[in-house]
Ligand binder design. Structure first.
Ligand SMILES: *Cc1c(COP(=O)(O)O)cnc(C)c1O
Length: 453
């Protein structure tokens, strides 16, 4: 289980992955003549229409290669739309303080100025502040970028009002669709009143990611923006008033679209909707099991979260325990660390997705409950403040099996903290390293050229 909040690390089914290896797809050049790529054209067309149905939008561009590139593309489309209507003065994008870092970065790259909107103490957009800032910008307001459900893992109650306020002042609504795994089949960007969104096919639509790629970040747009969808010199794609290409290839990293195509076709509408329900249910199950042990930072007034949640670990700092210690200790229990300190420093963000079984969710919860007991042992002085299972985690096989063992706790506690860990032990290969050390002490391990002679 890789519970990386915000990343949507779901199952990448072999049946979805397999077609990528087929030569009929993997050996086609991006600029091969159109009469030789009819299969690709069919896949792209069917995937586009599925994504239109899912987002509620009129048009989709499969060109952007990542979520961030989709943001850039969507904002360029918005700018072209304003210019076309004689409103080139619209150059300000409002972005809530809780946004993913790519949002302001993309806005600046697309030539906009960023104005930050405050969030309230429940983590939601401060609607009064938004209204004041939209009014203040007036004819300079180009767009609002908003993530829904938010990066805090919550469906904002005011989302439709928020989009309406931006429209009132002539701006466009850009919905960051990275959290689409909590929406597919239940609601949509069009339904909440957005005009553009990107989708991270490598999150919601099953393309494997991690280690840096490759991804796909198509954008969907409402009818009035379809003329501006990006074109390409060598292919007829995009609208009739298209912005220039944003990628080298007309359909981005087309081969991996097969994975999302397989996901969409094999699950179908009812299957994807069920996946969304399960993703939300799994997150709320974890919340219900763990909230007596850890504080969940944000939730709706109903007490529910969307498809992920943030655990606040800042109170444990008083005992010398930090979020990184909990993340690394989870490795001793056999779990990949969750997202650490995003979007709030001192926290862990957990997103189970629909892919995990109840048994795995239970093991994950039991591990975190056991870790909470380990924190208490430090807090009450039962365990040493410096030499404890948390501070020394993760424990490698080499360390646990060495003849010498100088710690104040047992090897068994280090490596097999719960009975089921023994049954399927995962051994971390590297012990703790001081994270900033490598950043501050650069060293070159490249052998000299002569070594290859
Ligand atoms: C992942 C993510 C992005 C960026 O997407 P990339 O594909 O990594 O460029 C943007 N916003 C949010 C909320 C995300 O979670």
């Amino acid at each position: 289980m890789i519970a990386l909040g915000s990343c949507t690390m779901k199952l990448n089914a072999a049946t979805q992955m397999y077609p990528v290896t087929w030569e009929a797809f993997s050996r086609i050049h991006p600029f091969a003549p159109a009469d030789q790529t009819k299969g690709y054209q069919q896949v792209c067309a069917e995937l586009e229409s599925a994504l239109c149905e899912i987002t509620g939008f009129a048009g989709v561009s499969l060109q952007p290669n990542s979520g961030a590139q989709g943001e850039f593309t969507g904002l360029a489309v918005i700018r072209a739309y304003h210019r076309d209507r004689g409103q080139a003065t619209r150059d300000v994008v409002l972005i809530p303080a809780s946004a993913h870092g790519t949002n302001p970065a993309s806005a600046v790259m697309a030539g906009f100025k960023v104005v930050v909107v405050a969030t309230d103490d429940r983590g939601n957009v401060d609607v009064d502040d938004l209204r004041a800032k939209a009014t203040a910008q007036g004819s300079r307001l180009a767009a609002l970028m908003i993530t829904y459900p938010s990066t805090h893992g919550v469906f904002e109650d005011a989302i439709r009002d928020i989009c309406a306020i931006v429209h009132e002042h002539g701006g466009q609504g850009y919905m960051d669709g990275a959290n689409m795994n909590a929406q597919v089949g239940l609601t949509s960007p069009a339904r909440i009143g957005a005009d553009v969104c990107h989708l991270n096919l490598h999150k919601t639509f099953a393309i494997p990611h991690g280690g840096g790629g490759p991804g796909m970040g198509p954008i969907g747009v409402a009818a009035h923006l379809t003329p501006y969808l990006p074109g390409h010199l060598f292919r007829e794609v995009g609208g009739d008033r298209a912005i220039p290409a944003v990628s080298a290839a007309p359909w981005g990293s087309a081969s991996i679209l097969l994975i999302s195509y397989g996901y969409v076709r094999m699950l179908g509408g009812p299957g994807m909707t069920e996946a969304t329900r399960c993703a939300i249910l799994n997150a709320n199950y974890i919340k219900a099991r763990l909230e007596a042990h850890y504080e969940v930072l944000y939730s709706r007034r109903t007490g529910r979260v969307a498809h992920e949640m943030i655990f606040d670990l800042r109170a444990f700092k008083a005992h010398g325990i930090e979020e990184g210690d909990v993340a690394k200790r989870l490795m001793d229990y056999g779990f990949h660390a969750p997202t650490v300190s995003f979007p709030v420093p001192g926290t862990l963000m957990v997103e189970p997705t629909e892919s995990e079984s109840k048994a795995e969710l239970d093991r994950f919860c039991e591990a975190l409950i056991a870790i909470r007991k380990e924190i208490d042992e430090v807090a009450t002085g039962q365990a040493d403040r410096r030499d404890n299972v948390l501070k020394n985690a993760p424990h490698t096989a080499a360390a646990v099996t060495a003849d010498e063992w100088s710690h104040s706790y047992s090897r068994e506690k280090a490596a097999f903290p719960l009975p089921w860990v023994r049954a399927s032990k995962f051994w971390p290969s590297v012990a703790r390293i001081d994270h900033p050390y490598g950043d501050r002490n650069l060293m070159c391990t490249c052998p000299p050229v002569e070594a290859y002679a």
